[in-house]
Design a protein around this ligand. Structure first.
Ligand SMILES: [Zn+2]
Length: 241
């Protein structure tokens, strides 16, 4: 598990503003073991989880960083090297929508792999299947480092003052090679995990949550109690922005 954060400034909205803040959050997801995809074909039993086990990010004035949960979030999928990805990703998006009360609108395919420090993505939310940086096979993302990492998710928040900083962009990048070597359960958990990051969740403390920083065959395949608490805290139950 690794977690890092950067802060810098940029004119992301393309309008002149006195202050504009950039607070991307990155969190790397690893797998404890890469198992044959056929070894666990059915879903793991639901894991209750711990309702207080979640973490969200806050601006310096204390407000939680989140998307405006009352505006539709448009997303695209880069599945150039994972042609069958739409169905499982769309299922995960629908689960995220249900848990947050937010609306996600699919705008079609993207030919775009998110890269570190590059936010010129073709839609506010991008899900991409890629390979580790430096891969000779193409479709590389600098978010992916190999070495057991299966994915990374994050967000970018901006605003004209501390009081109105909100998340405006998000991403989930999946290592296609590790994904394809993983079990059905780990694949499902990976998508939910990285999408959780894209709406502002950090890692949970216990492995009973999807947002725990490591996944294994026994990991939950649905958001657990702490995940759901966190998703409500960044979602529509927390009010419109
Ligand atoms: Zn993570």
């Amino acid at each position: 598990m690794a977690l890092s954060a950067r802060r810098s400034k940029t004119d992301v909205l393309g309008v002149r503003q006195r202050l504009l803040f950039l607070q991307p959050r990155r969190a790397v997801l690893g797998v404890t073991a890469v198992l044959a995809a056929v070894s666990v074909a059915c879903g793991a039993p639901p894991v209750p989880g711990v309702s207080s086990d979640f973490s969200i990010n806050r601006a310096s004035d204390g407000h939680g960083l989140r998307w405006n949960p009352c505006a539709a979030i448009h997303w695209r999928l880069d599945s150039r090297i994972e042609p069958g990805a739409f169905t499982p990703v769309n299922t995960a998006i629908n689960t995220l929508a249900s848990a947050t009360g937010m609306t996600f609108v699919y705008d079609g395919a993207a030919s775009y792999s998110p890269q570190v420090k590059v936010w010129t993505q073709p839609s506010p939310l991008v899900v991409s299947f890629a390979r580790q940086s430096g891969s000779p096979l193409g479709f590389a993302s600098s978010y992916l480092s190999g070495a057991g990492q299966i994915g990374e998710g994050g967000w970018w928040a901006s605003g004209s003052s501390q009081a109105n900083i909100q998340i405006v962009k998000g991403y989930a990048v999946i290592d296609a090679d590790v994904y394809n070597r993983s079990t059905t359960n780990v694949r499902a958990a990976t998508l939910l995990h990285e999408l959780g990051h894209s709406v502002g969740l950090n890692h949970a403390a216990y492995n009973s949550e999807v947002m725990y920083g490591m996944l294994a065959a026994a990991s939950p395949t649905f958001y657990s109690a702490g995940d759901l608490s966190g998703l409500r805290a960044v979602g529509r139950p927390a009010g419109c922005l």
